[in-house]
Design a protein around this ligand. Structure first.
Ligand code: NAD
Ligand code: MG
Length: 397
């Protein structure tokens, strides 16, 4: 047997939900993985605990304040160098000391570091769906040009990846494929009376029935914008025309996605709703490793149900589909407006049922002629954030 060289892994967003799941798997396989770097925003206590456990050579915090707060509480015996700032994220993501990058930051804020990793030809495991929604074409083209292996860890996309033919570099092929289907649990409000959505509290919106996740994606799941972002993510990642991607509500979250082939075959990936399965798949691909996930016991499930989403109940899904049809500028606007609206909702500055209203008015207000470079997309993102923030402020008056 060949000697196994451990993969040197940089985890961006190490203190988040994806970060925790990734580090859980990494800790189970010390012979396979070493930590080369970690990042967090301002969770000093969370990062201190990770430093003690994983002894990373370098960590990045959001700013000097968070970095010095962390340095002050780290045991002097640790080898860890603490640095600050956004450009340091791109530095650790592209460093020679790193083989594999886990893009686990939430929001378009994670885009520059994700792209830096791809441009450096790394193996890049992408959870950060907003990066793909804003700049998926640029990321995928940079991957081809720089020989990066980009693997999806969003569960639906990892499921599609597993059901599609693959090249040895991890690229997928659409030969013979008719449709890609993403499943959605329907979130906490799948059966709630739509007339009561104005009264939804933050606690209700972040209480997902099947998955335990960060707050932003939990709200996205409640509005179904998460599935809208995922349809865009799938179109960009797999080069699939939007009209050949669809969504099915599947409340049990056991079937994560399906690929329908021309000959009538449908391949589906199943598993318990636990992010450690797609993360382990991507970390070890093309091999398979133990992930700690409970084995699936189909006989203990009463049923697997599937139905079409109700567009009236979930207007965010339709907004995302329209933006995808309109192109890259519109999807960047959609994402930015959604980030602003969800942040406002989490700060109790916006009602839940106003989230789609803010997004729709931002899509109508912001137009752009060019969306073909990272610079133009980031400019559109900033412009949309200004419009959406102003719309939130107007609504509050
Ligand atoms: P989270 O809120 O739990 O964690 C986010 C992480 O990013 C934290 O480590 C935080 O410190 C860091 N971060 C936040 N803002 C930042 C900024 N501006 N700059 C740098 N770092 C920042 O979020 P999560 O649930 O882990 O989700 C992360 C990403 O993965 C999101 O894009 C989400 O849509 C995607 N995703 C998550 C899950 C899940 O199960 N949690 C599943 C699929 C996809
Ligand atoms: Mg998902």
């Amino acid at each position: 047997t060949p000697v196994l060289q451990p993969q040197r892994v940089c985890v961006l967003g190490a203190t988040g939900s994806i970060g925790a799941n990734a580090l859980d798997i990494i800790a189970r396989h010390p012979e396979r993985f070493n930590i080369s770097a970690l990042s967090a925003h301002n969770n000093v206590e969370g990062m201190r605990a990770l430093c003690v456990k994983f002894k990373p050579p370098v960590v990045v915090m959001r700013d000097e304040k968070a970095a010095s707060a962390l340095s002050a509480v780290l045991p002097a015996s640790l080898p860890t160098q603490v640095v600050a700032g956004e450009t340091a994220l791109s530095t650790i993501a592209s460093a020679d000391e790193t083989d594999t990058v886990i893009a686990g930051i939430v929001g378009a804020a994670g885009l520059p570091a994700c792209l830096a990793a791809v441009k450096a030809g790394k193996r890049v495991l992408i959870a950060n769906k907003e990066a793909l929604v804003v700049a998926g074409e640029i990321i995928m083209q940079a991957a081809r040009e720089n020989g990066a292996t980009v693997l999806p860890i969003d569960s639906e996309h990892n499921a599609l990846f597993q059901c599609l033919p693959q090249t040895p570099r991890g690229q997928t092929d659409l030969v013979g494929v008719d449709r890609l289907t993403l499943t959605a649990s329907g979130g906490p409000f799948r059966t709630r009376d739509p007339a009561t959505l104005a009264a939804v509290t933050v606690a209700e919106a972040v209480a997902h029935p099947n998955w335990s996740m960060g707050r932003k994606i939990s709200v996205d799941s409640a509005t179904m914008m998460n599935k809208g972002l995922e349809v865009i993510e799938a179109a960009r990642f797999f080069y699939m025309p939007p009209e050949q991607i669809d969504v099915l509500i599947h409340p049990q979250s056991i079937v994560h996605a399906l690929v329908q082939y021309r000959d009538g075959s449908v391949l589906a990936q199943m598993g318990n709703p636990d992010m450690r399965t797609p993360i382990a798949n991507a970390l070890s691909w093309p091999e398979r490793i133990e992930s700690g996930v409970e084995p699936l016991d189909l006989a203990s499930l009463s049923a697997l149900e599937f139905s079409h989403p109700d567009p009236k109940r979930f207007p965010c899904l339709a907004l995302a589909m329209h933006a995808l049809a309109a192109g890259s500028a519109a999807t960047a606007v959609l994402n930015a407006a959604n980030e602003v609206a969800v942040a406002a909702f989490l700060e109790k500055a916006l009602r839940f049922d106003q989230i789609p209203v803010i997004i729709e008015s931002t899509l109508a207000a912001v137009s752009a002629s060019r969306a073909d470079s990272l610079g133009s997309l980031l400019a559109i993102d900033q412009n949309a954030r200004r419009h959406a923030s102003a719309a939130v402020a107007r609504w509050r008056q």
